[in-house]
Design a binder for this molecule. Structure first.
Ligand SMILES: C[S@@+](CC[C@H](N)C(=O)[O-])C[C@H]1O[C@@H](n2cnc3c(N)ncnc32)[C@H](O)[C@@H]1O
Length: 318
């Protein structure tokens, strides 16, 4: 099959947020090329000791993504340009030139797998479905994961922030709503931590297969979870299907600009006393402030803020 390859020039400062934006508007699989050296923690997490020599970081990052030939590429590129223009108001997004080329049979669905190896979040071992559990790890809580083309290997700091918060609040009675479930990792971990039931929603249809497969591989029964595709922010049918005043925990690891409108909707899905765990908020005071303000406006009390790397997680209570 022939693919259109796009190479977007941006900055290392903006690469995370621009990648998230590309995924949020429906582009699946973004490759990041930059010269930022890996930190010791990155190396440990990736289980690599020896890295190839790289040039000095020049602050430039290239984001590569692919669209099938028949996809409406002009429409999609227009969306990308509009989002970049908006982002330019608060982050240095660089040149934003987009080079286009064509390529045959790119295995972009699988290429990333060479960089995803087992790692731990505290005492939870998260392991790709194609790796073996070592004897020394057999007594850990083990999560097998293959996100496919959906987001959510667990390696991302935003996911880890959510995992730790979910663990604090789960009880055997917990009904959790995982908005933007991607691979299903948050709902799945909540169930592993002892929650009763999980409902996931996402815009990305790939989230359905990814979640079902991951739940099955991890031995979670089909009556413990559901996945729904649609935008809960403005789709009344999805809001009705998800249900009202029903959840003890709502987790949403999505960008701040999505969390703000989401908050005033999701508050109706939560039981009185329920917690709302948000992440995906880039660590600048403006985004954190906006999410907190949205929570307060919706009648939630902000109870905790946690940080990891460049990201923030804010937890509120109804
Ligand atoms: C950063 S990923 C999080 C995936 C996973 N929950 C995790 O924590 O690793 C954000 C996900 O939110 C989804 N998303 C974005 N806007 C959404 C919306 N309005 N409703 C539901 N899902 C949304 C994206 O498709 C993507 O799968």
């Amino acid at each position: 099959m022939r693919w259109n390859k796009f190479r977007l020039k941006t900055t290392t400062e903006a690469e995370d947020i621009v990648s998230s934006m590309l995924m949020d508007i429906g582009i699946q699989g973004v490759e990041v090329e930059d010269k930022v050296p890996l930190t010791q923690a990155d190396k440990e997490q990736m289980f690599v000791d020896i890295l190839p020599e790289t040039d000095v970081d020049d602050g430039v990052a290239y984001l590569n993504f692919y669209l099938e030939e028949e996809e409406e590429k002009e429409k999609m590129l227009e969306k990308v340009r509009t989002e970049l223009k908006e982002m330019a108001a608060y982050v240095d997004v660089g040149d934003c030139t987009i080079e286009e080329s064509q390529t045959e049979d790119v295995d972009w669905v699988n290429n990333w797998k060479q960089y995803f190896h087992q790692f731990t979040v505290d005492d939870v071992l998260i392991i790709p479905s194609w790796e073996e559990v070592e004897q020394k790890d057999k007594d850990k809580m083990i999560i097998h994961i293959d996100p496919g083309t959906a987001f959510g290997t667990g390696m991302h700091e935003t996911t880890q922030l959510c995992i730790r918060q979910i663990r604090k609040f789960v009880t055997p009675e917990t009904e959790i709503l995982d908005v933007g479930c991607g691979s299903g990792i948050l709902g799945m971990l909540a169930l592993k931590f002892g929650a009763k039931h999980s409902v996931g929603t996402d815009l990305d249809p790939c989230a359905i297969d990814a979640t079902y497969e991951n739940m099955e591989v991890n031995g979670i029964a089909k009556d413990q979870y559901e996945v729904m595709i649609g935008n809960i922010i403005d789709d009344k049918a999805i809001q009705d299907k998800v249900g009202y005043e029903k959840y003890d925990i709502v987790a949403a690891n999505i960008l701040a600009d999505v969390l703000v409108p989401l908050t005033q909707v999701i508050v109706h899905q939560m039981k009185q006393g329920a917690v709302y765990i948000t992440s995906g908020i880039i660590n600048d005071s403006d985004k954190e402030f906006k999410v907190k303000k949205a929570m307060e406006t919706a009648g939630l009390e902000v109870i905790e803020t946690t940080y990891q790397g460049e990201w923030v997680s804010v937890t509120g209570r109804k």
